[in-house]
Design a protein around this ligand. Sequence first.
Ligand code: KG4
Ligand code: ZN
Length: 326
Amino acid sequence: MAVINNGRALANVVASQIALHAEYGGVVPELATREHLRNFPPVANAALKQAGIEAPDIEVACSTAGPGLPQALMMGSRAAQGFAFALNRPYLAIHHHEAHLYSPWISGEPPEAQWDEFEPNVSLIVSGGHTLLVHVKGICDHEVLGGTLDDAAGECFDKTAKLMGLPYPGGPVLDKLAEEGDPEAHAFPRPLLKNPGYEFSFSGLKTSVRYFLRDNPKVLEEDSGLKDLCASIRAAILEVLVAKTIRAAKKLGVNCVTSSGGVSCNAGLRRALTERCEKFGFELRIAQPSLCTDNAAMVGILAERKWEQARQPDSLDCAIRPGWQL
Ligand code: KG4
Ligand code: ZN
């Protein structure tokens, strides 16, 4: 939960569930629901305390209504709607990915929006659930160029890491090991790289890693074998992500490229995007690591902006939208 005032997060409290789900190797929806219920009161109180305000000081309540895990969306949205109802305040339902689109324009500590620096851009949203390339023409004006046809990039990192026996979430662990490996050790497919569109597909890459491990199980016995494998998988995923992002930026004639979502924490991705953007003269803005992953500050900062622009509240009983398309 975050408290926002004039584009600035007065509080941004995160209750992470990673340690809990790690035991099961992935998110367990029932556990997530229980934890959200358990965490909400202390998180809400901590956010109000950190911001130095009382509940009635809140002018507008908001939540992300989707896309995402239904149980989590339900908990957050009903809490925000209940808050709005009790205090007789407006409520705004915010699109999860729309909030990600603007997180590269939030920086500093505490996080603060830099709307005046905003530029039309091509934005790569890469997380455990989604891989999206978006043309952001203006603030709250965007067009989706393409998404994944199957697994998301983060899912591919996590699942291939799991095949190698790495702990959950595998993405950051694989990334760290890849730093010391040879990206050219193994040639994994670059799905849809030559395809002119902006679609992605990562399930075939995952399958080829599975077959590779079936045929070469000894590769995991050596530390260097594991690192080379990680580096080769990462290189395959990143080459497609970066090539399509740069191709879109060139074609659409924007000056700026942005990236957000959990996978934007990836050291290799940050480096590759930096190199390619420098080469082709694009300004690059990647969300700061704490704002790459899901957070309330980005949702609140966008909600405040939307409220200032249109003053259009959403219904207090509007349903969550787990499959909401951007
Ligand atoms: O945006 P996020 O916090 O949650 C959603 O999926 O909505 O992203 C989490 C994803 C996980 O798949 C995680 O493995 C991946 O982001 N991730 C990374 C890295 N850090 C987080 N993947 C690759 N390299 C990383 N350094
Ligand atoms: Zn997200």
